[in-house]
Design a protein around this ligand. Structure first.
Ligand code: GMT
Length: 377
């Protein structure tokens, strides 16, 4: 191991792929001997039990009566500066540009330029928020003032350049999975709770936001189940949940679609599925497709964003133009009906996840970036 670093990590701790990636990265870096300080508004939900080398600093909001809106961003920046000074941090690594990159910039102004900052772009911080003219300059400032910027796919790097006119170098740091956690689990009894002999399971996991095109998920399933006896398991919660429940009822599918709510033990849940559905409108990477891949489950999805960098079309899944539920259903049926082809895809999934997106590779990538910004080669 190189020099032991003291790293502050900020993310959205309780939801979404960016919070998962940030937390898992922190845990892995701590395992490698670095000292990790999470600076967040609540304990990251994937942190789990006590970890040596990991500390948690809660951002407290000042709700003094003159504030119509308590200033979370300023409280966060102050906390980052306090923790950096008190623990002599080498760098702050923030996940999701808004507002974290700008908070890190403010903290650096308070602490001094020896404190380095790294920003990881995750997706909607660029693909949705940077479209908003009122936020654009602020996001550009946060990115340009970071000592290093990383993004989770080449597609996101390109989109950042196009939308924000950014010239600075952006490192590619794909999402990753911990191979000790994500592997095919033996879930025969759990599977039997949902399906009978010969039935298949299609699954979708997300935050049920419009970009996920949940309605397409149900349409794909409706077409598949006419040809292959199957069930659809929907994992997660979010704004589109009532709409989707209504759609499922109106299509008479309520006995075949199961809403599982939020689930923590994703590796177990995914292991009971035969296919993962990810027909998103926008998807900078698609962590859930990687989690599925690592458990040997192929993805049927769209060509959106960075999905094609992860899912190899025709080898570890099938991709189609956004909204083409006809083709997606056709591909799903083809794969589910052809046992030999399915086994080939499954093997390819396991191999690709282990060799291209495993925790060791990507953690080492982040460490290289940290040492580079600190001038340690
Ligand atoms: O998928 C979401 O809407 C949550 C979002 C987030 O910020 O947590 O996920 C984004 O970051 C993940 C981790 O890097 C990526 O795997 C997701 O593809 C990305 N989501 C989108 O781009 C819509």
């Amino acid at each position: 191991m190189g020099k032991r670093l003291k790293i502050g990590i900020t993310c959205y701790p309780t939801l979404g792929g960016s919070g998962v990636v940030a937390t898992e990265l922190g845990k892995l870096l701590a395992e490698k001997g670095h000292e990790i300080h999470f600076i967040t508004h609540s304990i990251p939900f994937r942190l789990g039990q006590f970890h040596k080398n990991i500390f948690y600093h809660e951002v407290e909001i000042n709700d003094y009566y003159v504030f119509r809106y308590p200033p979370y961003d300023l409280s966060l920046a102050s906390k980052m500066a306090q923790v950096a000074k008190m623990h002599n941090l080498d760098l702050l690594h923030v996940h999701y540009a808004v507002p974290h990159a700008v908070c890190a910039y403010l903290a650096k102004q308070m602490v001094g330029s020896q404190l380095r900052t790294v920003t990881t772009l995750h997706g909607t911080d660029i693909t949705v928020l940077a479209q908003d003219e009122s936020l654009k300059d602020m996001i550009r400032l946060g990115i340009n003032e970071s000592d290093a910027v990383t993004a989770v796919s080449n597609d996101l790097i390109q989109e950042t350049r196009d939308l924000l006119d950014i010239e600075k170098m952006i490192d590619l740091t794909y999402n990753f999975v911990d191979k000790r956690v994500y592997y095919p689990r033996d879930c025969a009894s759990l599977r039997n709770d949902f399906v009978g002999e010969g039935e298949k399971i299609l699954m979708h996991i997300s935050n049920f936001r419009p970009v996920k095109r949940m309605s397409d998920v149900v349409d794909i399933f409706a077409k598949v189940e006419q040809k292959v006896p199957s069930r659809l398991l929907l994992v997660g919660e979010g704004p589109d949940l009532p709409k989707i429940q209504q759609k499922v009822r109106s299509m008479g599918l309520e006995n075949k679609v199961h809403f599982l709510g939020k689930q923590d033990d994703v590796a177990h849940v995914i292991s009971i599925a035969d296919l993962m559905l990810l027909p998103s409108e926008k998807e900078s990477f698609g962590l859930v497709a990687l989690e599925a891949m690592a458990c040997g489950v192929p993805t049927i999805g769209s060509f959106a964003g960075g999905i094609p960098e992860l899912v190899t079309h025709g080898e570890t899944g099938y991709l189609s133009p956004i909204g083409d539920t006809e083709e997606m259903a056709h591909n799903a049926i083809n794969l589910l009906k052809n046992e030999r082809l399915y086994q080939q895809f499954r093997e390819a999934c396991l191999h690709r996840a282990r060799t291209q997106f495993c925790n060791d590779l990507i953690t080492a990538e982040y460490e290289r970036i940290y040492y580079r910004v600190l001038g340690i080669e």
